[in-house]
Write a protein that binds this ligand. Structure first.
Ligand SMILES: [Mg+2]
Ligand SMILES: [Zn+2]
Length: 180
């Protein structure tokens, strides 16, 4: 069994677009400071690396699945070329909240796909995200969870018990002190 880190995309790997907006092409995709170094650290610790991202922009017809996968291919190639980081797989949910699918976080469908395909031990794995839906998905699946809290007050709403992360950080760098 392998241990893994599940990463939300927007707000973790790249700077989050404003609420209600989406990254629709490469020019809108800006890597976050320190993400390459963090992923390299996690890879060197022996973790599999999975991206699990809600992209309702596909279901809304703003971006095709093909174009989204092209952005992801470019993202992966950028990380491997610059940091020697190799993402094991990128999972995305193309559905809208009203579709009632089993993959859109806080549902656990994407995480469970990774478990089935790659033999992941969830209790030795982590979910990192910047929204409470990421935290709930991680907790429901049985991983440990880290919430990235930005200074823009995105997560200032008081969370209930199911939404409470194991750890909170203000920067990606802090994660290397938590996951060892
Ligand atoms: Mg996010
Ligand atoms: Zn879905």
């Amino acid at each position: 069994m392998q241990r893994a880190v599940f990463l939300d995309r927007d707000g973790v790997i790249n700077q989050s677009p404003p609420r209600g907006h989406y990254v629709l092409n490469r020019s809108e995709f800006n890597f976050k400071e320190g993400i390459g170094e963090l992923l390299k650290y996690l890879q060197d610790q022996g973790f599999l690396l999975f991206v699990v991202t809600n992209q309702a922009c596909v279901g809304r017809g703003l971006l095709t699945g093909h174009d989204l996968r092209n952005i992801h291919t470019w993202m992966s190639l950028s990380l491997s070329a610059k940091y020697k980081v190799f993402l094991d797989e990128i999972f995305y949910c193309p559905h809208q909240p009203t579709d009632g699918c089993i993959c859109r976080k806080p549902e656990v469908g994407m995480i469970m796909d990774a478990v089935k395909k790659h033999g992941v031990s969830l209790e030795h794995s982590w979910m990192i995200g910047d929204s409470l839906n990421d935290i709930v998905a991680g907790k429901r699946a049985g991983t440990k969870t880290i919430l990235i809290e930005e200074s823009d007050g995105k997560n200032t709403r008081k969370e209930n018990k199911e939404e409470r992360p194991d750890f909170r950080v203000n920067s990606l760098l802090e994660i290397t002190k938590i996951i060892q």
